[in-house]
Design a binder for this molecule. Sequence first.
Ligand SMILES: [Cu+2]
Length: 114
Amino acid sequence: MRAHLAISCCCLALAATLYPTFDATAATVVVTQKGRAFVPSQIKIMVGDTITFRNDDVVPHHVVSHTPLFPFDLDLEQPGQERSQTFTQAGQVIVGCDLHSSMEVVVDVVKAAQ
Ligand SMILES: [Cu+2]
């Protein structure tokens, strides 16, 4: 019985290690910028969640939202840097890069289940 319990705990710890917080419902998710594109290019998060925009590219980027519902400007981001934005408004926010007009990530911000 005790051995069984220990094995169960071990499995849970292993699962937590193998599957880190890559769930779109997690409090903080990472969107990278690579090859002059956001990866992923579409993401669904909950109100109050934060997206960390990480520049994994070889050129600077300037993450910005011109969506009237939720505008923001994260300033110039050099390769290797990251900036975070918490989304406090439900709805769809189009996030782009002021330096590269083809870059876009669609963020669907949903309210938490009641
Ligand atoms: Cu850019």
